[in-house]
Design a protein around this ligand. Structure first.
Ligand code: Y12
Ligand code: CO
Length: 175
């Protein structure tokens, strides 16, 4: 399955993803292809809507203390629901769908999430630190929300100006 990353300002990213009902080969092929594209683009988290599939599915691969990613640390979450959030933390987030931009975003410090794995088994995960932030970032994607939607209006205006400039320069480079 050949996938490409959908980039802002594509309207697809505003779509709400649908609950997964079938835990079949089509879902497994999508998850496998998402993993390949995430690793090939230096990502640590990816939601299905970022590859134009409006399904409630996301993957995460948080690097270890040496900043290395290992496939055995891959987490696949289908139909995730956060049941508890505690505390507050700020982290400079980036997103494969908003290339080259990083912004400080305030989120819950820890959480508990219920989800299904690729075979439909029900799981619960307690997370804090970077994993907790990444889960919140990816679940936002399933609801059509990007990290830039959480910026103050003045910061957002600045972002839009800089992003437009970046897209213009990218277009020029292609010519
Ligand atoms: C903390 C904060 C946010 C997340 C969500 C997952 N975000 C990513 O995986 C971001 C990846 C990313 C990768 C980039 O590198 C390439 O595209 C090669 C990147 O750099 C550029 O766009 C130039 C930006 C973001 C998880 C945890
Ligand atoms: Co993202």
């Amino acid at each position: 399955m050949k996938l490409t990353i959908v980039e802002y300002p594509n309207k697809k990213l505003k779509e709400k993803s649908k609950k997964v009902e079938k835990f079949d080969k089509e879902l497994h092929d999508l998850l496998d292809a998402m993993y390949l594209i995430m690793i090939n683009t230096n990502g640590i988290g990816l939601a299905a809507i970022q590859v134009a599939h409006a399904k409630q599915a996301l993957i995460l691969n948080i690097p270890d203390e040496n900043d290395e990613q290992h496939e055995e640390n891959l987490i696949e979450m289908i139909n995730p629901v956060i049941t508890k959030m505690e505390g507050e933390t700020v982290y400079q987030e980036g997103c494969l769908s908003v290339p080259t931009f990083y912004e400080d975003i305030k989120r819950a410090e820890s959480l508990s999430v219920n989800y299904q794995d690729r075979d439909g088994n029900t799981k619960t995960l307690e997370a804090n630190g970077l994993l907790s932030i990444a889960i919140q970032h990816e679940i936002d994607h399933l609801n059509g929300v990007l990290f830039i939607d959480k910026l103050s209006s003045s910061r957002r205006r600045k972002f839009e100006k800089e992003y437009k400039k970046m897209l213009k320069e990218k277009k020029k480079e292609k010519k």
